[in-house]
Design a protein around this ligand. Sequence first.
Ligand code: PMP
Length: 471
Amino acid sequence: DRFHRSLSSHVAIRRQYCNPMTMKVTYYKKPVFIHQGHMQWLWDVDGRRYLDLFAGVATVSVGHCHPKVTAAAEHQLKRLWHTTSIYVYPPLHEYCEKLASYFPDPLKVIYLTNSGSEANDLAMLMARLHTGNFDILTFRGSYHGGSPQTMGLTSNAAYKYPIANGLGCTNTMCPDVFRGPWGGSHCRDSPVQTIRDCGCAQGTQTHRSRGSTHSRCHCMANEQYIGQLKETFATSVPSRIAAFFGEPIQGVGGAVQYPKNYLKEAYKLVRERGGVCIADEVQTGFGRTGTHFWGFQGHDVIPDMVTMAKGIGNGFPMGAVVTTPEIAASFAKGVHFNTFGGNPVACAIASSVLDTIKEDGAQQISLDVGTYLMTELAKFRDKYEIIGDVRGKGLQIGVEMVKDKVSRDPLPAEAMGEIFEDVKDMGVLIGKGGVYGQTFRIKPPMCITREDADFFLAVFNKSIKNYMDRR
Ligand code: PMP
């Protein structure tokens, strides 16, 4: 039996045969040897159970091997595994019609792909063909894919290779109200407040940030960051652009949120320059932000294109681009073909995922359990010097770790690793992210309970205490 091989022999196989990312062979010093999953739980080969708060990077949306989704997959597997879009077949049509009903007009035309990178590649192509322009803007700190084109959208050095990637892509300042030079949490749409709130209702206040003293009302954040965007337009791109890509909340970047109204104003500026606005909902879609089904709805904008993957298939490989009939018409001038895009099994699974989100009340769970988690984590932030920021919406949560609250220097990788390993050894899997690897990421399957949240909170508290005691 393959599980009777030792963990070390599996690590050796990984190093030799499976994309051996040299130093990063697995995520943990002592790797987790996963055998089985059910809903929010994973089991290793020795039967040890883990609470999965990372969900394979916000991918397992309704739960590992969710019985309803598994049944839908089984049903389709017995009938038809594959056919291409050359033929007419119901699972494709049923799914596209259903997915379209989740979007406001005019977002009604769907292209199915097999991954998020592929969806973003396609969106880049469509934006360029539709506008006749070439340049594309994204935020620093973002992750939009690892293909040579999407690597240009991605702005995190850890995922970049020294090749001519994403020609025509420019990465502009991320309006990060915690790590950036301006901001306070009332500027963003999060149930918790940061330590840097100035109480702007009373006007300008003096506050300390990153070791120096500033005197500015935090509500200026949006204007300041929009000013930065205007500077990028003036200095780094031609007067006409093809597109602007932005996640409603940055995922790999560490649940980074922007000031309220930022996206709305940015969309206006982009459209004035001939560009289309693209929301990458790979991590924020399918109810994860709790208040809305799509992250963009929390920003009161309607994009021209929405890209998605991960949670769309609850772990089954799939992606999609949703756009307007007008953009689709520009794209129809050539032939677009994708062998597996719209595969019947993928469509049956994705269709069942949409139904399950509704039936299980997953969006409401995201809102309730997510808000509870953030509220409790904010108490830890007030208690511990090394927790700089707690933020997010629903079950898309970031806990940014710092050396201390005045300098806000990122907690070094070694310290992050110690806490991370300790949390895992106590039975909880979380993620790491942020440009400096300084942010813990919590994005579980949307079936977790308040009891699970309490268990994690106890574990996290203990691991921080352990670290502080060792320090
Ligand atoms: N966009 C975002 C926001 C992502 O987080 C990711 C994956 N981390 C991608 C796109 C790329 O998706 P995939 O790995 O399926 O290509």
